[in-house]
Structures are given as C-alpha cells and as structure tokens.
Design a protein around this ligand. Sequence first.
Ligand SMILES: Cc1cc2nc3c(=O)[nH]c(=O)nc-3n(C[C@H](O)[C@H](O)[C@H](O)COP(=O)(O)OP(=O)(O)OC[C@H]3O[C@@H](n4cnc5c(N)ncnc54)[C@H](O)[C@@H]3O)c2cc1C
Length: 404
Amino acid sequence: MSLQAPDVLDVLVIGAGPAGSAAARCLAQAGLSVHMVDAQPIGRDKVCGDGLIPDAHQALARLGVLDAVMAKAQRAQAVACIGPSGGRIDVPGTLAVLPRRQLDEVLLRAALAAGAQFEQARFEAPLEDAAGRVQGARLRRGDEVVEVQARWTLLATGAVPKALQAAGMCTRQTPSGVALRGYIRAPALVGRIKALEVVWNRAVRPGYGWIFPAPDGCFNIGVGVTDSHDSVDGKGRKKDANLRAIFDAFVAAYPPAQQLVKEGAWVSELKGAPLRCSLAGARHARPGLMVVGEAAGSTYSFTGEGIGKAMQTALLAADAILAHRNDDAAARAAYEAGLAALAPKYRLYERANRINAFPWLADLVIWRAKKSPRLLRRMSGVQEETSNPGNLVSLKGLTRLFLE
Ligand SMILES: Cc1cc2nc3c(=O)[nH]c(=O)nc-3n(C[C@H](O)[C@H](O)[C@H](O)COP(=O)(O)OP(=O)(O)OC[C@H]3O[C@@H](n4cnc5c(N)ncnc54)[C@H](O)[C@@H]3O)c2cc1C
C-alpha cells in the first residue's frame, strides 16, 4: 500500500460521504487505525438538496464540526410545508443549507485530523476467511488491484447499490426514490425565500419539490419522488419517473420557483441521483462488516432527507465496534438494536409519504396546524427529534387533529 497502514487495520471505511467520514472520525478519535477509501477524490460533489435538519446538527455537534459547518452554511429558521392547495405552515427548527462539496470536505478533513487515512480507490469485493467472515477488501487503485486487511469493514457507499451487491448485502437493487437538483444564483431573492420550502403539489405527485436558500445568494431547487415502504419489493412505481418533466411541472405550478428560474441565473446543470430510504433494501451487518448511511437505507422517505441519519447510523456502528472490540457478534447485535430504535421515526415518514397520495389530507393537516399552536409545536418537536413521532400520521393521529 502507498500509505503507512498497519498490516491489519482496525477499520476500513469504504465511502467518504457523511456516513463514512463520521464513523472514521469517531473511530480514529478512539485510537483505532482507520483507513478510508472513496472512488472519488477529496472535494467531490454529491447531488443533494444540501438541507441540514436538526438530526444533522446533532451529529455534527457530536463530531465537533458544527461550528466549522455553520461558519460556511446559510442558516434558516423553519421548514415551510406548502400543501397541494397552496396552504403553508412554517415549522420552526434548527436548520441550515451548505452545498455538499463543502460539507463533505469539512467532514472528511475532520476524520483525517483525528488520525484516519484516506486514499482514492474503488471497493471491488470483500476479503473473506474460510468461515466467510469479512477481513477487509479488494480495492482498485488506478490500474492496480490491492488487498487491504481489516478487522472491520464499514460499507458507507451511499445509494448506488453496486458495492452492496459485491459485498453480498443488497436485498433490493432498485432505489426507493430518485431526485434531481440544480443551483440558481438570485441575489434579489435573498431574504424573500428564507425557509427551506418543501412543496407537495399535484403537479409533482407523488413526489415533492423544494427551494432551499444556500450561501452566496444561491438557491438549491429540485424535485424528488420516493415510493412508500410497501413497494420496496422491487415493483416500485416511480423508478422510471421523468424527473425533468416533473421539475418543469413544479416550476410551472409553484410561483416562487417560477420567479427563481425567471430572475436568477443557473450556476449548475440539473443533476439526478437515487435515494435509498426507510432502512430497507440491504442487510445491515454480517461477520466483519457493517453497512452504514444511505447504503443501509438511512434516508427518510417523504422528504428525502438523509445527511443526519447517514451520520447517525454510522456513529451507531462506530459506537458498537468500540463497545465490543473483541466480540463481533455483540457489536453487530448492538448496531442492529440501534437501528431498530430508529424505526418509529422512519415509519412516520413512510406514513406521511402515503398521505401524499391524498392531497386533501395533506391540505387538512396544514390547515389544522395553522390553527393549532399545539399541533405546530408537536410537528416542530418531531422535526427537532425532541418528541416522539408517536401516531402523528395515523388514523388515530389524524382524528386527534380536530381535538388539539
Ligand atoms: C437530489 C437529492 C436531494 C437530497 N436532498 C437532501 C437534503 O436536502 N437533506 C438531506 O439531509 N439529504 C438529502 N438527500 C439525501 C442525501 O444526499 C443522502 O442521504 C446522503 O448523501 C447519504 O450520505 P452517505 O454518506 O450515506 O452516502 P454518500 O454521500 O452518497 O457517499 C457515498 C460515498 O461512497 C463512495 N462510493 C460509492 N461506491 C464506492 C465504491 N465501490 N468504492 C469506493 N467508494 C465508493 C461515493 O463516491 C461517495 O463519496 C438528497 C438526495 C438527493 C439525491
């Protein structure tokens, strides 16, 4: 190997997005030898809405990089939910927007500062011992193929399933959703579009559109379509969605998007990418290996938010390894238990995604939240993750809408 790595590393991290860098920083800080690889170089871009919701702030704070991120980010005070009939409710929260090229570099450099090493290389396959336990990976570095031995391998390879398949961890090849975004510079609109605007409109059904105010007078604008958990058997409805047409429909139907496109200047092309949601579509662990972040399906359905949960799931894996250094089975069980504890949150977003099929219901929730400070506080609490999602989006929960 070109880098000074021990013969057998403690941890090999594949993928240097938020998940990989979070795990690498945490494990390196604890004194483990950590080697990170990514198919792309440091400073790569990632197609994303760039919105940092409260779970991302919490993970960034734990990693000790929140101040560095917020020094570059555009802050926001609320997520504006705009319903099919145009009703709007601003759910207050701890929010920000930072283009992924910058966010991911801050995180990766923080992992390096903690002692992790990085090289550009592509994961090809796991190395296995006679019993089938993963012992590292075969990597492609340019024309060269190298074998790297490690006690643990973390797969943090995001929503593209190729690495999952090669590791024998993929249970569903198709993504749970697809989304597309571009950047528009429109200094005149700064201060006028202040919230993270998420729009559920008939024109983009069963998906959503968004406009997020980014730093430097720019706006991240895009559309996404995620399926409900019920369709994760590979028969998902919208895998072949024409996102470009949905984007055009969003711009035509939502006046602020129209204004942004008309008055602003495009500073990037529109680019699409897959999403893997609801902790589905992959096995999460096998002896010697854990799958973290969006590779494990850590993105929320309904809104497509996943940066925070990518880091959180990676930190769960790191904590499990640190708590059970010499017990593979116990570490895997601890990680699986940590993921299971997140399940109610994912279920809430799944249910909300289903509601999206009934525009009148989305309108009703927004109408009711406008009238009920208590309901708005609950929505904000769920967003901040300070209150339990409970049955906010269920028949019982909807009935309660009229009592709150
Ligand atoms: C259009 C769009 C908008 C979104 N908007 C938001 C938003 O506003 N807020 C939010 O929170 N989330 C959003 N998301 C979701 C968010 O982008 C993901 O949840 C997040 O990137 C997951 O992080 P990760 O570290 O798991 O994976 P990634 O960030 O995808 O990182 C995976 C890394 O693995 C590397 N890799 C892959 N295969 C290999 C291999 N074989 N060998 C080596 N390296 C490999 C890749 O190069 C990449 O760097 C959006 C997604 C899309 C598509």
